[in-house]
Ligand binder design. Structure first.
Ligand code: 6PG
Length: 231
């Protein structure tokens, strides 16, 4: 499936991505409810923050939204490195999603294998909406190049040790990305341009995890889009 591409300067990029996500959430809610998995990292936080205030805050029936995570670092939920903490502060603390509908990955647990298995059982198959970022090395969620997680076809959630600190993490695996109904990728900065071009215009062989999201809606700033031929 062909991707959709939106290249905008920040902060217009954030508004465009947020409106697209609102549409995807409401399409799912029209069918009954919406399961959305969010990524961490810094890039999507200003997009999440737009949902914490009007008008977007009032354009979603939050009681019908179920929140999941694409990955989590093995740190407690209040740690500065916790994706849950970042998403909570930017979005979850400000909208009336019932707490039982917010499913954080408990990657700090000693038995991280058990945490992965339990999360796998929680995760809806398929997810309605999946929000992804990417690293300069082409990782997405915490699926890093050359990691076992990139080859996983069975487990939907896996513990990994990655090169990006903090190293120990839980991550969704390729089948979760492949089956998600709607994928949105948000990336800014010239250091990500090479991975973006490889995912959208490069050879098809799967090398970089972010290629798994190549059919998504891509929101890029001009720096991240700089190496695309088609623009
Ligand atoms: C994480 C992420 C990861 C992130 C990218 C981009 O927990 O680290 O989910 O996949 O999306 O590394 O991170 P930045 O947005 O901070 O560049």
């Amino acid at each position: 499936m062909e991707h959709q591409l939106f290249v905008r300067e920040v902060p217009e990029l954030y508004r465009a991505a947020a409106k697209w996500i609102r549409g995807a959430i409401n399409t799912a809610i029209d069918r009954g409810s919406c399961s959305i998995a969010l990524s961490g990292g810094a890039t999507p936080l200003p997009v999440y923050a737009l949902f914490a205030q009007p008008p977007l805050k009032d354009q979603i029936d939050w009681l019908k939204v179920h929140v999941y995570f694409a990955d989590e670092r093995a740190v407690p939920p209040l740690d500065a490195d916790s994706n849950y903490r970042a998403v909570h502060e930017s979005l979850l603390a400000h909208v009336p999603i019932p707490s039982g509908q917010i499913h954080r990955m408990e990657a700090e647990r000693e038995d991280i294998e058990a945490a992965a298995l339990e999360y796998e059982h929680l995760l809806p198959k398929p997810l309605d909406v999946l929000v992804l970022g990417l690293g300069a090395d082409g990782h997405t969620a915490s699926i890093f190049p050359d990691s076992d997680a990139l080859l996983a076809t069975g487990p939907h959630v896996m513990p990994v040790v990655g090169p990006k600190p903090p190293p120990r993490r839980l991550t969704i695996t390729p089948p979760v990305i492949e089956t998600a109904r709607q994928i949105v990728v948000i990336a800014t900065g010239k250091e990500k341009a090479r991975a973006v071009a490889r995912a959208l215009e490069g050879p098809g062989a799967l090398e970089l995890p972010i290629q798994l999201a190549s059919r998504g809606a891509w929101f890029l700033d001009p720096d991240a889009a700089a190496l695309l031929r088609k623009g």
